[in-house]
Design a protein around this ligand. Structure first.
Ligand code: NAP
Length: 281
């Protein structure tokens, strides 16, 4: 497993992370399977785990993903856990709540769920249209000053929002949707690259419902056959070669998935293959 710098944190992490959302939302596996999947990721060399307080079923279940991760990683000091705040789950819906007081409450709850006295990377999950973006970011800056969070990341932002946040506080990562089929955040990637900010592509396999089907695309399956790898590994290798600031966070609920995804770190695609992948739709 190769490693990459996590923004300006001075820490390097595995270039393939793990997205933990599938362990906690509708259709989630047993706790035993979830623990086994996280341990398989560790064994495959993964040292970067993405979670969120809202990866759960509903309000009463908030923190489920963070608690599972904390339990699986107990005693393992060498990994980085990145969590998020800013969404709530009333009756299972996904809604933004970026009010400063709510972000503070969410951060305190994440500290408890993660069994930590500080959070290494805290990401603002999504701008709340009802709250000035600067107010939400200032709340994170205040939590950072108090030592509750070490570094701040953003998610689901535009270039303009990234610049607005940077005028308030240093930002080390951006997490937006990016995969071989959805390149709508390439402008944010470019700006992140210029600024030395890590870009964490979410849904790198086109999301939970599509991930298993990407092999139906001729270009992906053709390249995969050439290398004797899976189409999912091709999609992840494309991301890794797209930019040195990228750290994909493929989701997994099964050990086999995350072991296979980790293997994409060993795959090198040719310039011609990258060009073919750059234009698929
Ligand atoms: N910031 C945000 O707003 C946001 C939004 C969405 C997601 N995320 C984060 O990004 C992570 C990844 O996104 P995602 O989970 O939506 O989608 P994804 O990573 O594109 O797809 C996840 C699914 O891919 C399957 N999979 C993974 N590796 C595979 C492989 N090598 N071969 C075949 N199937 C494979 C897994 O199946 P199994 O479950 O069967 O193992 C999993 O359910 C999430 O877990 C979460 O941490 C963030």
């Amino acid at each position: 497993m190769n490693h990459r710098n996590l923004g300006s944190t001075g820490i390097s992490v595995s270039e393939m992370g793990m997205g933990c959302m599938p362990l906690s939302i509708t259709g989630r596996p047993s706790e035993e399977q979830a623990m086994a999947t996280i341990h398989a990721a560790l064994d495959a060399g993964i040292t970067f785990f993405d979670t969120a307080d809202c990866y759960c079923l509903d309000t009463a279940d908030m923190g489920h993903n963070e608690r599972i991760l904390a339990k699986a990683l107990r005693g393992n000091a060498s990994v980085v856990v990145a969590t998020k705040g800013g969404l709530i789950r009333p009756e299972g819906r996904w809604e933004a709540d970026g009010r400063p007081e709510r972000l503070r409450e969410a951060c305190e709850a994440s500290l408890l769920a993660l069994e930590q006295d500080h959070i290494f990377l805290y990401q603002f999950h999504r701008p709340d249209p009802l709250v000035p973006f600067a107010d939400s970011i200032q709340a994170l800056a205040d939590l950072q000053k108090e030592g509750k969070i070490v570094h701040i990341g953003l998610s689901n932002v535009t270039v303009a929002e990234l610049e607005e946040a940077l005028a308030i506080v240093p930002i080390v990562s951006v997490q937006n949707r990016l995969n071989v089929f959805d390149r709508s955040s390439l402008d944010v990637l470019k700006r992140s690259e210029e600024l030395g900010i890590s870009f964490l592509p979410y849904s790198p396999l086109n999301g939970m419902s599509q991930a298993g089907k990407i092999g139906e695309h001729d270009v992906l399956s053709g390249i995969a056959d050439e290398h004797g790898v899976t189409p999912q590994q091709v999609a992840l290798a494309w991301l890794l070669q797209l930019s040195p600031v990228i750290i994909p966070i493929p989701g997994a609920s099964r050990s086999e998935s995350i072991i296979n995804s980790a293997g994409a770190s060993d795959l090198t695609l040719s310039t011609i293959e990258l060009e073919q992948l750059n234009v698929i739709s």
